[in-house]
Design a protein around this ligand. Sequence first.
Ligand code: CP
Length: 303
Amino acid sequence: MKFTGRDIISIEDFSRKEIDYILQASQKMEPLASKGSDMLKGKILATLFFEPSTRTRLSFEAAMLKLGGSTIGFADADISSVKKGENLSDTIRTIENYAEAIALRHPLEGSARLAAEFSNVPILNAGSGAEEHPTQALMDLYTIKKEKGKIDNLKIALLGDLRYGRTVHSLASALSLYDIELFLISPKSLRMRKGLVNSIKNKISIIEDKNLEKILPEIDVLYVTRIQKERFPDPAEYSKVKGVYKIDINTIKAGKESLILLHPLPRLDEISAEIDKTPHAKYFQQVGNGIVVRMALLSLVLG
Ligand code: CP
């Protein structure tokens, strides 16, 4: 399987075989994440973040450092020449002279694909508007596999903002390659886009609903998302759905003992802090898994 020089733009660019290969490579990175390696010594990763981030940027940087490489970049485009009006393609054609790979987060859909068209080095999409977050989906799959021992034959629910949340778009696409039952739970105004739902429906069974209560007793994985206030075109629309789902200890009493809760984070009030200390909460393990998955991706695309 060839990954050298490849861009990581969309989950839709990958087959199940390739995703399983990345998950296996991630597992092999577990010992290196603690003891370190010089696998990517002399290589530089540029992290260009045009939107805020804690986990994605820092875990890409940590992954590169753990493999012996180095990082450059910016966490705020206002301190770059973008502030002077430089466009994305010129920025990419500049940075490719300084780095062997670029992790890019940008508010516009299609930005990562555009960057890849101009770049001679691999582009890793670290979030493109409300569209996709493929490396997050890979760490979500890795977490499900690690916690449940499998992905096939599970009942998985995605809950919250399925319209503007990019992580759920990539994750739903990835899950459609497995033999699972998918539940999409959201208010009507935050349903997943029809085009994506239809393409997934061709591959697996989907149930869309606005109530979690009905399906909670039967699901194995509950993936909770934040309502993405910053992406609403109209603040009045946000007010209507703000705080619509709140998972607390009482809520999960109706779930299986083995139910796991995932969340890409950051969270607001959609998962109560009292759940953190229960065996259901796996979202901080999910964060930790971001390191090995991004180590695997960097090692694969950098050969
Ligand atoms: N999950 C995620 O993308 O987190 P950050 O926005 O902190 O990178």
